[in-house]
Design a protein around this ligand. Structure first.
Ligand code: UTP
Length: 290
């Protein structure tokens, strides 16, 4: 079976749910504690064995490319000042030369269109797709967990988590069939269904392993809701042609594209840090009293 080597990060969205913060700063560069959101997602991909990081960017997103570049002057200054711990941390996050590629989605025509823009860089092999505004907290990364299933099932795998049954209208929802190799068969997939029409409360939490045939389907697809090319429509066709499994992720997902998810993520990741935990707990208690 072909090893999963490449990951696509669509970062061309406008981030309208997070205005005014995202007027000049990409939402992927907002920080959860002290790391930009995009760094969490790239770290998760690297942990899962990804060797090539493909970013689909848009206007105002050049700072993402800068973030993954070496800052020679800064590194020299840190070295001169003996700030070795932070320097080591920066080096640890740095992709190796040639491991990153950037392509532009010239118009924000939807997630499906952004993925299609990566077709030449991905080529004819399976790839991971990570939505950078969703970040996860778990001892083992979400993509690493998925790869364990993918290594047994091949085909396509999406990660899911449970949402409140009343909230299905916010997500892509899948129906859960028989258990297979640590995952399960998907027997339905619906984009943002009303609770009464939803096949379950399992929502796709922003992580996918897809076969390259998705690109041909995306190329043929008509624009759907809101004039956008939806990924779900092509995945539905792919489901009829190839194995397609779900994986119930063990951990917590935060939607950092929304202010409430972003605040929750900051709290959860700060509480995980031994150097911040007590301070944050005291601050939350004090704010709760006011
Ligand atoms: P979202 O719908 O969450 O992102 O898309 P958005 O459009 O930036 O956010 P809002 O709703 O206006 O606040 C999911 C992912 O797909 C990317 C986004 O960057 C995000 O990572 N995306 C979306 C693109 O790359 N291109 C698009 O045309 C649309």
């Amino acid at each position: 079976m072909t090893k999963l080597r490449k990951a696509v990060f669509p970062v061309a969205g406008l981030g309208t749910r997070f205005l005014p913060a995202t007027k000049a700063i990409p939402k992927e560069m907002l920080t959860v504690v002290d790391k930009p959101v995009i760094q969490y997602v790239v770290d998760e991909a690297r942990e899962a064995g990804i060797e090539h990081f493909i970013f689909v960017t848009g206007r105002n997103k050049a700072v993402i490319e800068d973030h993954f570049d070496i800052q020679v002057e800064l590194y020299d200054t840190l070295e001169r000042r003996g700030k070795n711990a932070v320097l080591e941390r920066l080096h640890g996050m740095q992709p190796q030369p040639g491991q990153t590629s950037f392509t532009r989605q010239q118009e924000p025509l939807g997630l499906g269109h952004a993925v299609w823009c990566a077709r030449e860089l991905v080529g004819n092999e399976p790839f991971a797709l990570l939505l950078p505004d969703m970040i996860m907290q778990s001892p083992k990364g979400c993509l690493s967990q998925m790869v364990e299933v993918f290594d047994k099932t091949g085909g396509n795998v999406v990660s899911v988590e449970e949402c409140e049954p009343s909230q299905t209208h916010k997500y892509g929802i899948v129906g859960r069939g028989a258990d297979v190799a640590g995952g399960f068969e998907i027997n339905a997939m619906v984009e943002k269904p009303k609770p009464e029409d939803a096949p379950s409360n399992f929502y796709i939490n922003g992580r996918y392993i897809l076969q390259p045939s998705i690109f041909d389907l995306l190329a043929q697809q008509e624009r759907g809701a809101g004039g956008e090319i939806q990924l779900t429509d092509s995945m539905l066709t792919l489901m009829e042609q190839q194995p397609f499994h779900g994986y119930h992720f063990t951990g917590r997902t935060f939607d950092c594209g929304s202010p409430e998810g972003f605040v929750e993520a900051n709290l959860a990741f700060a509480l995980e840090r031994p150097d911040l935990r007590e301070h944050v707990l005291r601050a939350v208690e004090a704010s709760g009293r006011n």
